[in-house]
Design a protein around this ligand. Structure first.
Ligand code: NAP
Length: 328
């Protein structure tokens, strides 16, 4: 395993982080329900592989992911940097409507009292005395950033959290939040298919912040043929992806056929090849990947030993351009 400093903090994290959205299940990850014993086994394997960084959020399964993770962390807490999020809640106490999921209305709220409640509720759900990293799940366009950041700084002083990151944000948000305290990094969607957030690389370099990617496998769509050949219920996150619709789905199956010889050349899985492309884009990348199975976690860790030649990376970019240029 490789490790990196979490921005300007003294926290050291593994380059691969364990994403715990899927363990929240519900209609959103509808094909598997897991319990705390299973997540405990995943955590044990994570530490065996050197992974010390786990990410969840209150809204993952509407509290379920945090609750299961908290139970699974019993007796294992000191081995992990635990990261959760704030700013999205289903308390019906105001804020702006964000989405309806699993029968709950989720609002976005960055007022000081909301950020504090989010944090205290996460601590209770996970039965922890502190959270290592608190990510602002979606940034605000309504509440002054100063109000949110001042509350986050108070939570740091009180020992309830250690570091702050932003998600679903822009470099301009980053600069604004950084005026009121250290932002250790950002967590942004980034994949072979969707790499618009490379606009962030320069800012992360300037501020010495970590660029943590999520969705590098597009929720499994880029991990092989299994997801592309499956049909999911309406609420499932994979059924909402544009890449599951024609002509993209067929385009992605064809892209895999074109890239299969590279998997043979490098003796790696297709998921490894795709994630190696992601890691090659910037040296500050932290690869947050969702796992519900030991096999996928084990396989993903192999990507750190993989070095794909420049011309092969360029060929991959060209193949994905062909898919992106398809029109509905
Ligand atoms: N900040 C945000 O707004 C935001 C949004 C989305 C996600 N996230 C975070 O980012 C994490 C990762 O994103 P994600 O889970 O949506 O998508 P992802 O990491 O792109 O894909 C996860 C899926 O890929 C599969 N997978 C992982 N490694 C594999 C491998 N080597 N071979 C084959 N399949 C593999 C997993 O399988 P199994 O499940 O079968 O093990 C899982 O179904 C989430 O868990 C969450 O913590 C944050």
């Amino acid at each position: 395993m490789l490790y990196q400093k979490l921005g300007k903090t003294d926290i050291e994290v593994s380059r691969i982080a364990f994403g715990a959205w899927g363990i929240g299940g519900g209609n959103v990850w509808s094909d598997l329900t897991v319990d705390a014993a299973h997540v405990g086994e995943l955590l044990d394997q994570a530490s065996d592989l050197g992974i010390n960084y786990v990410d969840t959020a209150p809204v993952y399964g509407i509290g379920t992911s945090e609750k299961i993770l908290g139970k699974a962390l019993k007796g294992r807490r000191e081995r992990f940097i635990v990261q959760t999020k704030c700013s999205l809640n289903w308390r019906n106490e105001g804020g702006q409507f964000e989405y309806e999921r699993d029968g709950y209305i989720v609002n976005r709220d960055h007022r000081a009292q909301a950020i504090r409640k989010d944090t205290e509720e996460s601590l209770l759900r996970m039965e922890l005395d502190h959270i290592d990293v608190l990510v602002v799940h979606r940034v605000s366009s309504v509440v002054p950033v100063q109000e949110t950041m001042e509350e986050l700084q108070k939570l740091i002083k009180e020992g309830k959290i250690r570091a702050v990151m932003l998600s679903n944000s822009t470099p301009s948000d980053f600069r604004e939040y950084s005026r009121f305290g250290i932002v250790a990094g950002v967590q942004e969607k980034f994949s072979l298919l969707n790499d618009a957030k490379r606009e962030y690389f320069e800012t992360c370099g300037t501020y010495d912040a970590v660029f943590q990617v999520y969705g590098s496998l597009e929720e499994g769509i880029l991990a092989g043929t299994k997801v592309l050949n499956s049909v999911y219920g309406e609420g499932d996150i994979r059924s909402k992806s544009k890449w599951m619709k024609e002509p993209y789905r067929t385009g992605l199956l064809q892209m895999k056929e074109k890239l299969d010889p590279l998997c043979e050349k490098y003796s790696c899985s297709y998921a490894n090849l795709v994630q190696a492309w992601t890691l090659a884009q910037n040296d500050k990348i932290n690869l947050l990947t969702g796992f519900r199975h030991k096999e996928t976690m084990n396989d993903t860790c192999k990507v750190l030993d993989l070095c794909v030649d420049k011309e092969d990376l360029e060929y991959m970019t060209k193949c994905r351009d062909d898919v992106r240029e398809l029109t509905l």
